[in-house]
Design a protein around this ligand. Structure first.
Ligand SMILES: [Zn+2]
Length: 82
């Protein structure tokens, strides 16, 4: 608990909370924890009502966007570029 991280992420807002509530299993976890120990899911910063924010899964969305973009580029190249 007492161990400090050298450079905490700038987007983490701790405010006055010491614990936050996991939105998946309703267990309290420490504010600085980025993963719920009870259910193993990633949790974000605490919000104003004491709940942990759900973490946006950028990698999944990025993969989908890249796949769609690749398809559109292929479509354009194959049918529209002549
Ligand atoms: Zn949980």
């Amino acid at each position: 608990m007492a161990r400090k991280k050298k450079d905490p992420p700038a987007h983490v807002e701790t405010k006055t909370f010491t614990v936050k509530k996991c939105p998946y299993c309703y267990t309290y976890v420490a504010v600085k924890e980025m993963r719920c120990e009870a259910c193993g899911k990633r949790v974000g910063a605490v919000d104003s009502s004491g709940w942990a924010r759900k973490v946006f899964d950028w990698r999944a969305y990025l993969g989908a966007i890249v796949a769609i973009a690749t398809f559109l580029i292929f479509y354009w190249w194959a049918f529209l570029s002549k």
